[in-house]
Design a binder for this molecule. Structure first.
Ligand SMILES: Cc1ncc(COP(=O)(O)O)c(C=O)c1O
Length: 333
């Protein structure tokens, strides 16, 4: 989506949102990766589809398993938002909430996959899962009229998405569907969980694990499986990292909604806030094309904005009450 109203607020000339907040069927980028992994799980004969998840992945795995008639078991930390848990429960999988962080959940699931041979989309099916993420890169080029943008901002959690966007962009050039230079790709993380940004800033090849502390729970992964690939990809394109505070994330969620009618969750607030930060610092020039990936939906994480929004105006059914309210508003203006 070309976003001229948001662009005007940020003082840039050409800004696009790649909007996966309305990706189907479960309203996040995870439907891309699960689609491929679930298809492969069926081909390989797995009976149980499973995942270690920060929420969105569990929603998507549960929906795909329902559609395919597979048994489903999703593992999540016990601190997720109610909307994320409900978004899995509706498909009636077995949900295991684990006392610990996502990184604890992931470690447990690695052991389960080894012992029980279930099809974990992001563990023993991870190579297929990762392929699905390339489609964001394919679509960006196609939707821009078969050209690359100059700059691209991607969120980073486990690190599947960002390197596969870059791979998708490269593959289209290899087969002759686009030419020119790859965009500079920027890794966006919440300051309360920014192992990759920290590694980029300090020149580490592998991120140092951290203990997450942020409202951006979907991207709160302290020990990213593909952190090394993210760092290599960002460096290869001449990009960098940007870490943003929880307050900046909430402000960015609201700004995107108020200017463009897109309601995202904290992962999308993180990329928008990172873009704002990179533009302000001069890392992204104001007169070049920018794509910001928005990867999840705000209805699942209502609690992060609920107490910050204007309350509805309460009126009786009487027309005179409406008139009185309208007059007081005109007087105030
Ligand atoms: C909405 C959303 N965006 C981005 C990510 C990060 O993706 P990745 O783990 O591929 O870095 C996740 C999940 O981890 C997510 O749920």
């Amino acid at each position: 989506m070309r976003c001229d109203r948001l662009a005007a607020r940020l003082g840039v000339s050409e800004l696009y949102i790649k909007d996966d907040s309305v990706n189907h069927p479960t309203l996040s980028y995870k439907d891309r990766v699960v689609s491929v992994a679930a298809t492969r799980a069926v081909e390989l004969g797995f009976n149980v589809l499973a995942c270690a998840s920060t929420g969105n992945l569990a929603n998507s795995v549960a929906a795909h398993a329902a559609r395919l008639g597979l048994e489903c078991c999703v593992f999540i930390p016990d601190t997720l938002e109610a909307g994320k848990v409900l978004g899995s429960a509706i498909f009636n999988p077995t949900i295991l909430t684990i006392a610990g962080t996502y990184d604890d959940v992931n470690r447990l699931c690695t052991q389960v996959a080894d012992r029980y041979g279930w099809g974990f989309v992001n563990i023993n099916l991870r190579s297929y899962y990762a392929e699905g993420a390339k489609t964001i890169g394919f679509e960006i080029v196609e939707q821009l009229g078969w050209r690359y943008p100059k700059h691209l901002v991607s969120p980073v959690a486990g690190g599947t998405l960002l390197p596969r966007i870059v791979r998708g962009l490269r593959e289209l050039r290899q087969i002759g569907l686009v030419d020119g230079e790859l965009p500079r790709v920027y890794a966006a993380q919440a300051a309360g969980c920014a192992p990759v940004v920290h590694a980029l800033d300090t020149g580490l090849e592998h991120p140092e694990p951290v203990r997450p502390n942020t409202i951006a729970k979907s991207i709160a992964i302290g020990n990213p499986a593909d952190g090394y690939q993210v760092i290599q990809s960002v460096k290869a394109t001449g990009g960098r990292g940007a870490a943003v505070t929880d307050a900046e994330i909430v402000d960015a969620i609201r700004l995107l909604a108020e200017t463009e009618g897109i309601f995202t969750e904290p992962a999308g607030g993180t990329t928008v806030a990172a873009a704002i930060d990179l533009i302000r610092r001069g890392a992204i020039p104001r007169d070049e094309s920018i794509v910001v990936c928005v990867t999840g939906n705000g209805y699942k994480t209502a609690e992060v904005v609920a107490d910050k929004l204007a309350a509805p105006v309460r009126l009786s059914r009487a027309f005179k009450d409406f008139e009185a309210w309208h007059e007081s508003r005109v007087a105030l203006a």
